[in-house]
Design a protein around this ligand. Structure first.
Ligand code: NAD
Length: 315
């Protein structure tokens, strides 16, 4: 199979490109606009791989995406603006990449006979849940601009299946963590700050709960949906590992040997969702389950950041 991976120079996308090249014999074309969040460093070891081609470009470039999609069997769309805090400052780029970008890809896919279009989504489209878990059929209730644009993209993608029969599948995963994540996100940011003795600014009282899925587990789930997921179907992907932001921060303090005194409580994020949690029976019925232990995954993430710091400092 030949797969177009958009946003493949970002965090989850680059882990997915590595996963496919390591675990299958498939070919990958990576399309990425290399925004502030994307870097070819994430793909350094596969840039010369004969089964991989990197194209710098925007998913809103109609002629480029049409040409690329004609030549592949499947599309996996990771490309997005992904940081909630930035979407609160301004949502324009989020609407452009997450909504218009997805629409451009879907339109280009319509005039081909691709086997699968996997839209990568998030648990945030459901909104917050204080008890229990969200199922795939639950109503969407996004509460921040990022989540609203991701929900819009999901609805568009689903409508292309219903209206035109496009073989769309959607994965909605919980928070990912692991190697190659951008330093603006909670876990890599706090690891890097703890390692250098900087304060760890925790929003509010730190009680907001997230479900943490190791990125490699998510990549395996996405690959499964790509091959065996149903057309028009949505799959939640979550590990069941729930941790409050304060607990995660304390885990990071322990692993890096930093002092708890670095923890500082700061003004809460506007509209900060209290808790997300997913029911994952549907993806489990395809044969997937999360394998990574949280503490082990976190240790691996700390090592990755340590290695990158040493590489840049020439140590
Ligand atoms: P990221 O910000 O690390 O990477 C996004 C990538 O997309 C970057 O390489 C960027 O250059 C590229 N990109 C952005 N706009 C583009 C455009 N218009 N054209 C081409 N490329 C563009 O994000 P991530 O954390 O890897 O997330 C990937 C996907 O997974 C996103 O769709 C996100 O909504 C979803 N998701 C992320 C998480 C998480 O915890 N990180 C959880 C659930 C879902």
């Amino acid at each position: 199979m030949r797969i177009l991976v958009t946003g493949g120079a970002g965090f989850i996308g680059s882990n997915f490109v590595h996963y496919i090249l390591e675990e299958t014999t498939d070919e990958v074309v990576t399309l990425d606009a290399l925004t502030y969040a994307g870097s070819t460093e994430n793909l350094e070891s596969v840039m010369d791989n004969p089964r991989h081609k990197f194209v710098e470009g925007d998913i809103r470039n109609e002629s480029l995406v049409s040409t690329l999609i004609e030549d592949v069997d499947a599309v996996v769309n990771f490309a997005a603006e992904s940081h909630v805090d930035r979407s609160i400052d301004s949502s324009e780029a989020f609407v452009a990449s997450n909504v218009v970008g997805t629409q451009t890809l879907l339109d280009a896919a319509l005039s081909t006979d691709i086997e699968r279009f996997v839209q990568i989504s998030t648990d945030e489209v459901y909104g917050q849940i204080l008890d229990g878990t969200f199922e795939e059929g639950d109503r969407l209730g996004p509460r921040n601009p990022y989540a609203a644009t991701k929900a819009s993209a999901d609805l568009l993608a689903s409508s292309y299946h219903t209206t035109y029969g496009l073989p769309v599948s959607i994965t909605r995963s919980s928070n990912n963590y692991g190697p190659r994540q951008h330093r603006e996100k909670l876990i890599p940011k706090f690891i890097a700050r703890a390692m250098t003795g900087q304060t760890l600014p925790v929003y509010g009282d730190g009680s907001n709960v997230r479900e943490w899925t190791y990125v490699r587990d998510n990549c395996r789930a996405i690959d499964l949906v790509l091959r065996e997921g149903g057309s028009g179907e949505i799959y939640n992907v979550g590990s069941g590992v729930e941790r409050s932001n304060l607990e995660v921060t304390k885990n990071i303090v322990d692993l890096t040997g930093a002092s708890e005194d670095l923890i500082e409580f700061v003004e809460d994020r506007a509209g900060h969702d209290q808790r997300y949690a997913l029911a994952t029976d549907k993806i489990e019925s395809l044969g997937w389950e999360a394998e990574w232990d949280f503490e082990e995954g976190l240790r691996r993430t700390v090592e990755d950041i340590q290695n990158r710091v040493e590489e840049t400092s020439g140590a």
